[in-house]
Design a protein around this ligand. Sequence first.
Ligand code: DP6
Length: 341
Amino acid sequence: MTEPDTTADGPRPPVRGTASAVAHPNVALVKYWGKRNPTLNIPATGSISATLGGFASRTRVTFFEEAGPDRIQLNGQEADSGTGLRICRFLDLVRREAGFAGAAEVVSDNDFPTAAGLASSASGFAALALASCRALRLDPSPGELSILARRGSGSAARSLHGGFVELKVGSRADGLDTVAVQLAPEAHWDLRVVVAITREEPKEISTTEGMVQTADTSPYYPAWVSSHEPDLGQARQAILARDIEALGQVAECSTLKLHGAILAARPGVIYWNGATVEVLTAIRQLRRKGLPVFFTVDAGPQVKVFCLPEVVAQVERVVAAIPGVRRVLVSGMGGAAQGSP
Ligand code: DP6
């Protein structure tokens, strides 16, 4: 494996290939949490998400003819060692596929705040998978690209597609049928997402760590896995029927079940703060008043509120006025990841 380089500044060796890609983050409506194979990063369950067009990761990958340390720059700064290593390992998968051993340079920027809880690993690894394959003139099928992105981050496979996306759980031990497919394009249903940021600092326990802790110690984890299939069915149906009430029911249930399982781990992980709960309560109040709106929360304290376009301004106002909400971002549905030579 090629280690990331944190020092080199010298002249550039000859370039083998370079390419860029843009991908959008996604928010899971039926969550992924837990792996059936950590080495191949195969999730224990399927998941369904919506791709958000309002935000993007832009990534340029350059491969050099000569071997050497990789250089990884994220949001204008040299990547920390953990993230750098994760990206180098990912690039090794691409290099192996291409039968190539040269060093790489990755420059990636997100146009959304890391604190937004929008899983920059999803859009980041989707863009990286696409750009690195193009840079080495690999031409993977959509399924192969999905498997590659999933090796980087499970949720990244979903960010390759626009609109509403399912990452299939699959049944093969090698994960070759654990691929993301589009359920409906972004134009199918104009949903809006209001992101309530309730904490600007990074979370203390990473997604990957939290998953391991939950799977190893939470008595609710087996129930989380075994109750997933009906949730996926209900969400698929609700999306196809554009039924926001039904989608809200299953999405809120998936969120609360997920956090129930995480809270019951040993030690339990508390990703929420007081403002998180205030937002959830306010959303339920809005729904009781008849507004087409529901919430979802990932492994952090931010709340993503889905609603129909006609109420987005009202939802934004209500959420922004809740004490402890630092900032509010708004997005619509987004399209597929795009590469450019
Ligand atoms: C709570 O895809 O970030 O956002 O595969 O370990 O990189 P790794 O995990 P990641 O997990 C996402 C977890 C989640 C739910 C979801 O997006 O489905």
